[in-house]
Design a protein around this ligand. Structure first.
Ligand SMILES: [Zn+2]
Length: 447
């Protein structure tokens, strides 16, 4: 016990075994030494942080963040994104391979991204690679360089430098990724279904919703399941919106396929019915759907068909959010707000904070293979979010640390105030203010 330098104590510690009063000790390396009884003695020389009735969660892991730095850092950069993450209780992010210039589609480009990110990281930062037409020979080198997996699109991504894969290219990428037991993560919307849908521009949300039908997601996921069965590739469905796809995901898993899926705070907390005309801060692809769809997504989380809840934080500058849903940039900013947004709705539905910690920390850490993250348990990194679950606040965009303070959550009153965040035993946020810059770059472990 002699090298314990910090002790955190709470009436509500969220461990993998459930919630209980406990004392958590942190060693000199920034790892959790032990999870002890609530009234365990504090070792001499160790600092005590008693958070009382506030809940101690494992630091959140957000595996779906678009940072866009370098190249489109005016949309979001590593400095601002990681500060927003810390303020929101997220201690690890994994950056998406597109919207930055260059995209993370070669090992050289990964090196550039790392050089840009490292001096700005307020929380830990990892990287996804990209699978695009013509880069199949780059996938293994990227895997060996430490990316956590590969993202691809099946329909246009929104940026020219990151094209989608066609069926033959998708099959080729899946076979290659299976050869080194990597992970493919997919924006699953079928291009044929999108092309066949009415593409009416303008301010009406109903027209936008009709342009991105559930069938596009359902068909794309059917193709992924078919190819996962053929090649044995590990596949993860990004930002699932269509609840119609849940039965086929459940069936694929029941058959032993290694297929996982995530959904996002906006699909779980916002509905198509409430989006005002012209309010393109609500635009994302796939889109926010109807209330009954949202209820089914919650059921999918509760029964384990959906694994993770991650932000898909995909910001842009304000001028790109024109009032026309056809032309506005698609992406919702929520990095700093995901935990209270999801907790507010989970709480209303009678779900527990332990469920939220599983969806937003444990499961994303497992998806990426981040063995030191995702749980309050001995040997893990001492990463924590301290949350006042019953306290409320009203979202004021001016208090967000995102590079652009456009948010679909403006004016909403949410439950759950993030009091502080801790990374390897260092406080990285205090009452919504980032404090300290101790983030590191993290890589896929070969262990
Ligand atoms: Zn995304």
């Amino acid at each position: 016990m002699s090298d314990v330098r910090l002790v955190l104590r709470s009436r509500r510690v969220l461990t993998p075994e459930g919630e209980r009063p406990a004392t958590v000790t942190v060693d000199g390396e920034g790892r959790i030494a032990a999870v002890l009884a609530y009234d365990a003695e504090v070792p001499s020389g160790a600092a005590l942080e008693d958070v009382g009735e506030d809940a101690l969660l494992p630091g959140l892991v957000d595996t779906h963040v678009h940072v866009n730095d370098p190249g489109r850092a005016e949309w979001e950069g590593f400095w601002t994104a990681t500060r927003a993450a810390a303020a929101g209780g997220i201690t690890t992010i994994v950056d998406m391979p597109l919207n930055s210039l260059p995209p993370t589609t070669t090992a050289d480009n990964l090196r550039i991204k790392r050089e840009v990110a490292e001096p700005k990281a307020h929380v830990d930062v990892g990287f996804w690679g990209g699978a695009v037409p013509g880069n199949v020979a780059q996938l293994r080198p990227l895997h060996e360089a430490g990316v956590f997996g590969f993202k691809c699109f099946l329909s246009p991504s929104g940026v020219d430098e990151f094209p989608e894969l066609d069926r033959a290219q998708l099959a080729e990428a899946m076979a290659e990724i299976a050869s080194f037991d990597g992970l493919l993560i997919v924006h699953a919307e079928d291009p044929g279904r999108l092309a066949a849908a009415p593409q009416k521009h303008g301010p009406a949300y109903a027209d936008f919703l009709a342009s991105r039908p559930r069938s596009a997601e359902n068909d794309a996921i059917a193709l992924l399941v078919e190819l996962a069965a053929r090649y044995g590739t590990r596949v993860h469905v990004l930002h699932l919106s269509s609840s119609d796809a849940l039965p086929q995901l459940a069936k694929a898993r029941a058959e032993g396929l290694r297929v996982t899926a995530e959904t996002c705070p906006h699909f779980l907390t916002l509905t198509a019915e409430e989006v005002p005309d012209g309010a393109t801060e609500f635009k994302c692809c796939p889109p926010i759907r109807e209330k009954e769809n949202q209820d089914a997504l919650w059921q999918g989380l509760a029964d384990g068909t959906l694994d993770c809840v991650v932000s898909d934080h995909s910001p842009c500058t304000t001028d790109l959010k024109t009032p026309d849903f056809g032309t506005a940039w698609g992406g919702i900013s929520s990095l700093q707000l995901g935990l209270p947004a999801v907790w507010t709705e989970a709480r209303r539905r009678g779900l527990a904070l332990t469920d939220v910690a599983r969806w937003m920390s444990e499961a994303p850490a497992r998806l990426a293979g981040l063995q030191g993250k995702g749980a309050i348990a001995p040997g893990r990194d001492a990463d924590f979010a301290v949350l006042a679950p019953e306290e409320t606040f009203t979202v004021d965009p001016a208090r967000l640390h995102h590079r652009n303070q456009v948010t679909a959550y403006a004016g909403k009153t949410l439950h759950g105030v993030v009091r502080s965040a801790w990374l390897r035993g260092e406080r990285v946020a205090d009452h919504g203010t980032p404090t300290g810059k101790t983030g590191r770059l993290v890589e896929r472990k070969t262990a």
